[in-house]
Every structure is written in structure tokens, then in C-alpha cells.
Design a protein around this ligand. Structure first.
Ligand code: G3H
Ligand code: ZN
Length: 286
């Protein structure tokens, strides 16, 4: 069934566990994430980013409708989340499109501007009954910027600011820059576990890890124990799907039916979803 994302994250945070949140761009992605979560028997978050909406000719509804339908029919609880929203116009479409939560991304702005914009977004979101996540620090690796930028200590989330930002904006969760970066195709990130522990100690809300595709499994497990309650994964699913499709087409140059390769890609993606949920479940119960 479709459930409010906030309920999933709140329950996970209370248990020092984490919910996996997977980015979806196509119908096959939605099907793969739901199938992988059903096989694992775990709740999951389906998230649609502003960049995914841009790919869909700027239209949210076609993908949103598919995600709502898939969530409603799923055998496990599914939350729907609008991810990395910068456009106020897109933000305002979230409730009617069926989303229970949003990530408002003003992290590129100065601290003062991020705070003001995020507070306004949070006030609006809460009036709509939406759960809202925001980012402080710069996780990096989006919009073609080199992922390694985020590994610079200067881009990381400062604990004093994190405490003030959460209090000043009223957000329900905080995305932190602790050494992961978006769009990494190998698991070579090195998380700053000491910083994460300090951030958890000062934050009154659950913390979110972005760019989790580049984080080695053991570090993911450790990060959940240190206070990460939502683990965002996008690139790893594309690595699995595209790799399987590339291999299939190389072996069958005569193939033309798109169901043949999309089906192979979807299965590979569903397996990766199940694998990642399995890794996170190792953190359950300590
Ligand atoms: O918000 C989405 C995530 O941060 C995904 O990052 O594609 O590097 O796994 P990733
Ligand atoms: Zn992200």
C-alpha cells in the first residue's frame, strides 16, 4: 500500500534502522523497485527527482500516476517522495500528484538564503501535510559537477549549523554532506563517521544519506547505526540495469523487441534493490 513517507522514516529512526529510497525515471524502474522490495519483504521509498521530471518533458504526472498505482498495489508499504526539488512550481505539484514527502534542495545557496528558502518551503509543506527533507552542506556530484568535490572537508555539514538549521527551518529530516557524492559508479567513497556521530548528537530529526551508490556496504551498515534513517540510491540501479542490457544486446545483436532487453534490465535492477535492502537490514537491531 501507499503510506506516508514520514511514517516509514520515523519508525526506522526510532529503531536505529533505515529505509532505502530509490530514484525512478521509467516505468521499469518503478516495477523493479517494488518487485525488489516485495521479494525482500521490506518497506521502500520510491523517489522522483526534479531531474527525472525534466527528462519526462517537464511533466510530473505520468510517472507520478504510475508510481501511485504501483505503490497502492504493492505487497509492502511504499512511500512516494519528490527528490531534489528546486522549483517552487514543482514543489507545489507534490500533494495533488500523490507524494507524501519532498526534499527541498537549496543547498547551493548561501547558508542564510538556504535557511530562509527552506523555512518558507517547510511552512508550506507542513500546511499541506507533507513531510519535508532539506540539505545542508554540499553533497555534490549533481549537474555534471565532479563528484569528488564533495570529498573536500569544506563542503561537509557543520554540526553547529545543522542544529541551528533544523531548529530554524522546522524540517523533518536533514540530508548531510559527510563524504558521499552523487553519481559515483564505484563504491569508493569514504564517509566521515566521526562527523556523522556528531551530527546525530545535535540533530533533533533523522539524517539522510545521499549519493549512497558510492558507499561501500560496511560503511552503509555503520552509517545506519550512527543515525542515518533514509538511504538514497539512484546510480547503483542504473549501473545494474544498463550493465545487464549492454551484456544482453552484445550477445544478441539480432534482438529488436524492447521487452527482451528492458525485461533483463528490470530483473537486474530488482536484484540490486533486494541486495541493498539486505545490506541495510544488517544494521537492524544493532
Ligand atoms: O537523491 C538521490 C540520491 O542521492 C542518489 O544518489 O545516484 O549517487 O546513488 P546516487
Ligand atoms: Zn541526492
Amino acid at each position: 500500500p501507499l503510506v506516508p513517507t514520514g511514517e516509514l522514516i520515523t519508525r526506522a529512526a526510532a529503531a536505529r534502522a533505515a529505509v532505502a529510497a530509490f530514484n525512478v525515471i521509467t516505468l521499469e524502474h518503478i516495477e523493479a523497485v517494488v518487485a525488489g522490495a516485495e521479494t525482500a519483504g521490506s518497506p521502500v521509498v520510491l523517489q522522483v527527482s526534479e531531474n527525472a521530471v525534466k527528462f519526462r518533458y517537464g511533466r510530473l504526472l505520468p510517472l507520478a500516476r504510475a508510481a501511485v498505482t504501483a505503490a497502492e498495489r504493492a505487497a509492502v508499504p511504499v512511500g512516494l517522495h519528490l527528490d531534489h526539488v528546486r522549483s517552487d512550481d514543482l514543489l507545489r505539484q507534490a500533494p495533488d500528484a500523490g507524494f507524501g514527502s519532498v526534499m527541498y534542495d537549496a543547498a547551493r545557496l548561501s547558508y542564510a538564503d538556504n535557511l530562509a528558502a527552506t523555512r518558507a518551503a517547510a511552512d508550506w509543506a507542513h500546511a499541506q501535510g507533507l513531510w519535508i527533507e532539506a540539505e545542508l552542506g554540499e553533497i555534490g556530484g549533481k549537474d555534471g559537477r565532479p563528484p569528488l568535490d564533495a570529498h573536500a572537508p569544506g563542503a561537509r555539514t557543520d554540526p553547529d549549523r545543522a542544529r541551528d538549521f533544523v531548529a530554524g527551518t522546522g524540517v523533518d529530516a536533514l540530508a548531510v554532506a559527510i563524504g558521499s557524492a552523487h553519481a559515483m559508479t564505484s563504491r569508493t567513497a569514504v564517509l566521515d563517521h566521526a562527523l556523522l556521530t556528531r551530527l546525530s548528537a545535535v540533530s533533533s530529526v533523522p539524517l539522510v544519506l545521499h549519493g549512497s551508490s558510492g558507499v561501500p556496504d560496511e560503511q552503509l551498515v555503520a552509517a545506519v547505526g550512527e543515525g542515518i534513517a533514509k538511504v538514497n540510491v539512484g546510480t547503483a540501479l542504473n549501473v545494474a540495469m544498463t550493465g545487464a542490457i549492454r551484456e544482453f544486446l552484445a550477445a544478441r545483436p539480432e534482438a529488436v523487441d524492447s521487452r527482451a532487453y528492458l525485461g533483463v534490465g528490470r530483473e537486474a535492477m530488482a536484484r540490486e534493490v533486494g541486495r541493498i535492502i539486505g545490506v541495510l537490514s544488517r544494521a537492524d537491531g544493532g
